[in-house]
Design a protein around this ligand. Structure first.
Ligand SMILES: C[S@@+](CC[C@H](N)C(=O)[O-])C[C@H]1O[C@@H](n2cnc3c(N)ncnc32)[C@H](O)[C@@H]1O
Length: 202
């Protein structure tokens, strides 16, 4: 299995191999913003990559913190902010150990979970719960990457398949309130798709 660390991701940035990157803000973030489900607040964007969502949130008046442990990601997010004369906090840190000095009202999670080895998923979900205020919201996109190998018990990724039953176990009812509605299906540039849902931190 590939060792996942900042060096692995930096190579992707250096070689311009970033197939996950839309080159623009996610349409689902725009849906949440335009429907006013998501209004200006203190928000974290873990694994922010090139920073399209960080910039869009900053542009709309959010107090944004982008977090990524890869130098290339932090640099590109900083440059994109600068090019639009916007400001946001961009922190180079591992989401598995980062702890904010003030809790967040919301987290926007897009393709960071699926970029983390499932061995660390419980730690990551625990982190997200710790970062949020009670009553805060987790806007999350579960990457759907059903590969034939999964039927044989193979762990394949990144991106790792975020099976809905696994997600229900990870973000379970002891900490999270799920909505009654089904997730929204969001096409992804890789050809796979995401399931978008907003969970409330209890
Ligand atoms: C697949 S990319 C997604 C980037 C962005 N969210 C997007 O959708 O375009 C995953 C990003 O998460 C970052 N990442 C992966 N594991 C991380 C960790 N443990 N801590 C911080 N960042 C991490 C990588 O550096 C990379 O920028």
């Amino acid at each position: 299995m590939t060792t996942l660390n900042p060096h692995f991701w930096q190579e992707h940035f250096d070689q311009g191999r970033t197939p996950w990157d839309r080159g623009a803000v996610s349409p689902q973030l725009l849906n949440w913003l335009n429907s006013e489900d998501l209004r200006p607040c203190r928000i974290a964007v873990p694994g922010c990559g090139k920073g399209w969502e960080v910039v869009e949130l900053a542009r709309r008046g959010f107090d944004v913190t982008g977090i990524d442990y890869t130098t290339g990601a932090v640099k590109e997010t900083g440059a994109l902010l600068l090019s639009q004369t916007l400001t946001a906090e961009v922190i180079q840190a591992d989401v598995l150990s980062y702890m904010p000095n003030r809790l967040f009202d919301a987290v926007y999670e897009q393709t960071c979970l699926c970029a983390i080895d499932p061995d660390h998923w419980i730690s990551y979900a625990t982190q997200l719960a710790r970062w949020l205020k009670p009553g805060g919201y987790l806007y999350i996109l579960f990457m759907q990457v059903e590969r034939p190998g999964a039927r044989e018990g193979l762990k394949q990724g990144p991106p790792f398949h975020c099976d809905i039953n696994a997600m229900l176990a990870l973000f379970n009812s002891s900490h999270w309130q799920w909505p009654d509605t089904l997730p929204t299906i969001v096409p992804h540039p890789t050809g796979w798709h995401e399931l978008a849902i907003c969970l409330e931190r209890k």
